[in-house]
Write a protein that binds this ligand. Structure first.
Ligand code: ZN
Length: 263
């Protein structure tokens, strides 16, 4: 192999760096449709909501268990993630090993993102965890939701080795929140950035998205607790640990869908 010639060729090809531009699109769908491998253009979408769900202790499971058992855990992440986020109209879904990424845009993107995340969390805690309980693993997820700019482009070479690359504040902050939650929690929890919390705390939503249904003792409490990440300039987020209530969850979910459907 002619190493230096190979590297010089790549460097020459990459001279299009000076032409790189960004172009704004109004939806993720349009940004994907207009993403090209060989154009020096990254597509930008504003106000995108990203959900990042990551399995905790994944390396530990991989090292301690047989590959067959590890494969069961991976399957219990990927299939429910795609199935549930698809049901809640995510515009893009991707599974990377032990984690899932879903993207939403448009009105109420943060509401749909949370309903999907809460449904995924409830499935994991109430169902999948029981199916996998025989393997003696502390099974939980860190789920982060954040809103912001999104950058997307197809990157790679012609043929099979090219793929979408997603970047920007929404994806980065969702991943950051998910990671912090994995560090500080022992059960599946969802973190949302404060701008998203403010939207949930509006009059029309707060009874369903901020306060509990009152089970089991009739007292309605705020379900969200605030955390900050010191290493990240005190990045703040709110975290919830509850699943959909067995008695009121379905009613609450449909009430929220009704409110956003009527608006
Ligand atoms: Zn209840």
């Amino acid at each position: 192999m002619e190493l230096w010639k190979f590297l010089e060729d790549i460097n020459k090809e990459l001279s299009y760096l000076k032409e790189i531009e960004t172009e704004e699109y109004e939806s993720i769908e349009k940004a994907i449709e207009n993403a090209y491998l060989e154009k020096p253009k990254w597509n930008r979408v504003n106000n995108v909501v990203a959900v990042f769900a990551d399995l905790a202790n994944s390396t530990n499971i991989s090292n301690r268990k047989t590959k067959r058992v590890y494969a069961k855990f991976l399957e219990a992440v990927g299939y429910p993630f795609v199935k549930i986020f698809n049901e809640f109209n995510a515009e893009f879904i991707d599974i990377k090993g032990d984690g899932g990424l879903a993207l939403f845009s448009g009105n109420y993107a943060e509401i749909y993102a949370f309903l999907a995340a809460e449904t995924f969390k409830t499935f994991q805690e109430e169902y999948a965890k029981k199916q996998l309980s025989q393997y003696d693993v502390n099974y939980y997820f860190g789920i982060g939701i954040a809103k912001g700019d999104l950058l997307v482009k197809k990157v790679g070479v012609r043929g099979n080795n090219n793929f979408f690359v997603w970047a920007g504040d929404a994806v980065n902050n969702a991943a950051l929140t998910s990671k912090d939650i994995k560090n500080i929690s022992q059960i599946t929890s969802i973190g949302i950035t404060l701008d998203i919390y403010d939207k949930f705390n509006q009059d029309k939503f707060k009874d369903y998205l901020v306060y509990s249904c009152g089970c089991p003792k009739g007292k309605k409490v705020n379900l969200w607790k605030e955390f900050s990440i010191k290493d990240e300039k005190n990045f703040r987020y709110k975290k919830i640990e509850s699943n959909w209530c067995k008695t009121h969850g379905e009613e609450y979910l449909n009430k929220i869908l009704e409110i956003i459907g009527n608006d």
